[in-house]
Write a protein that binds this ligand. Structure first.
Ligand code: ADP
Ligand code: PMV
Length: 471
């Protein structure tokens, strides 16, 4: 349980004064991911292999004093800034009409009655926006509101929630999952049902906390996606790398940690072609309905590719420096991509990445995530000439693509409670990351500099639920 702390009265973001907030501002962060093998097939009960990346979402929560009765969501990356009056939210639907789920329950589908009851509150979000933009804003707002109403009470204190991400939105790197993990963890933290994280926490207890966060993050994903497999929120919660499979949606998925995930020489390129995961997932669903046998066989083939890659990288003899091993993995990249193309989820801009890499003859490319645009990953051949990589990077730039530098297999969800960093100084109290500082950060580099999770420097104040065998 968290102790509460009384903060001195200080200026707010609107020049107003806060009077004795009930809890200190705190932060939560969760990573994005790359799916190395098995996207789409995983929605249909097959295996997928995915790893956390160092690009992350950061959520800052400021609790306000009892005199306030509002909840403000400020998600500047997507242009969302909305305030609800807490007392006007449909709290009564739970309890009177429905049984409120417990924080430890496993919720595997959205309750239509609650979705319906939430509708007016969601409709008032960004009414001036149209089409995709509106969908993006409203889906993020519904993920928050569904979890908020499910986990909190009408007596919940007023608060300001600010979320910023170093991940590109809707590009296949699991931005929605990282947002949902942050929201779920922060709500559970606020209602004091998360213990730790602390360094000597027993594995069993760590598992319970991670499972709790992951289950609710999945519910958030249901609000954004419609039909998520759960691989993204699982990797974002747990970090590192996993082999994931979910055949029965009423039971927890199988998530086998891959503790020895190799350091692979990967290029990660964003075509910047916008797309939505739910659309791409629905495309495969429609194809399966139209051509059940052929589609099922294709999904089975993807499963075989994934399992073959899993066997390869977890074998004692696997060496990421071995030309032979990398070629084997590369062939599997190419096959997986080909199968995704045949499911209709590639895009000419993704094919262009593959073409440029093939012409340069320096590696193997596959789309990653839902496809239809977004990102591709290229596994580089051993000892590739630096100049050829540089030429390829120029070609990407000319095509309007963006390359990301990231590392694979980092930490999952982390908490900074309170939002204070010592930043090398032993000065009493340290440096608080307040709302205004967080909002003022200019872009991804600045966010990482201000609050980053162990990317530029070790930030011992951030705490993670780590299992002993995954350190
Ligand atoms: N930085 C962000 N701030 C708020 N919401 C976000 C952010 N990034 C993503 N989202 C939410 O996630 C959705 C994108 O999800 P999705 O299409 O699955 O893309 P991805 O592959 O990146 O997960 C957006 O519509 C929005 O609701
Ligand atoms: C296509 C899919 O397998 C991965 C989607 O990843 P992303 O949302 O594009 O980052 C869907 C899922 O697993 O829920």
């Amino acid at each position: 349980m968290n102790g509460t702390r009384t903060l001195p009265t200080r200026p707010s973001d609107h020049g107003r004064k806060y009077s004795t907030p009930m809890a200190p501002p705190f932060m939560v962060s969760a990573p994005g991911k790359v799916i190395v093998f098995g996207e789409h097939a995983v929605v249909h009960g097959k295996a997928a292999m995915a790893a956390a990346i160092s690009l992350r979402s950061y959520l800052h929560v400021t609790t306000l004093s009892k005199s306030h009765r509002t909840i403000r969501l400020c998600f500047p990356d997507i242009g969302l800034d909305h305030t609800w009056n807490i007392d006007e939210l449909p709290w009564d639907v739970f309890g009177k009409v429905l049984k409120k789920p417990k924080y430890y329950d496993m919720v595997t589908s959205l309750d239509e009655k609650l979705v319906e009851a939430m509708r007016p509150a969601i409709e008032e979000v960004a009414p001036e926006e149209q089409g995709d933009k509106r969908r993006i804003l409203q889906s993020a707002a519904s993920a928050f509101l569904y979890l908020y109403l499910s986990l909190q009470q009408a007596t919940t204190p007023a608060a300001i929630w600010v979320l910023r991400s170093t991940l590109p939105t809707s590009a296949g790197l699991g931005s929605s999952a990282s947002v949902c993990v942050c929201i779920a963890a922060a709500l559970l933290k606020q209602i004091h049902v998360l213990s730790g994280p602390h360094p000597d926490q027993p594995d069993e207890e760590v598992e319970t906390q991670l499972e709790r966060i992951n289950r609710w993050a999945f519910v958030g994903e249901l609000c954004i996606h419609g039909n998520p497999s759960g691989v993204d929120n699982t990797v974002s919660t747990r970090g590192k790398a996993v082999l994931f499979k979910r055949t029965d949606y009423t039971r927890p998925p199988q998530a086998t940690p891959i503790n020895t995930f190799p350091e692979l020489p990967l290029l990660l390129v964003n075509t910047k072609q916008p797309r939505s995961t739910s659309t791409e997932v629905a495309k495969v669903g429609a194809l399966k309905k139209k051509y059940p046998d052929v589609t099922e066989k294709t999904l089975d083939s993807i499963d075989q590719v994934t399992m073959s890659a899993y066997k390869l990288i977890t074998s004692d003899s696997f060496d990421p420096k071995s030309e032979h091993n990398i070629e084997h993995l590369g062939d599997l990249f190419r096959m997986n991509h080909g199968l995704l193309v045949s499911l209709g989820v590639s895009h000419p801009k993704l094919e262009r990445v593959r073409e440029l890499v093939d012409y340069a003859d320096i590696g193997w490319t596959k789309l990653t995530g839902a496809g239809g645009g977004g990102c591709a990953i290229t596994l580089l051949k051993d000892n590739v000439d630096k100049q050829r990589i540089e030429k390829l990077q120029e070609d990407f730039e000319d095509a309007g693509y963006e390359e990301y530098k990231t590392t694979l297999g980092g930490d999952g969800v982390g908490i900074l409670y309170p939002a204070v960093l010592k930043n090398g100084s032993e000065e009493k109290g340290g440096e608080e990351i307040n709302l205004q500082k967080f909002l003022n950060a200019q872009g991804a580099d600045d966010i990482e500099r201000l609050a980053g999770v162990g990317i530029r420097e070790k930030r011992p104040e951030w705490k993670f639920w780590r299992l002993s065998d995954a350190n």
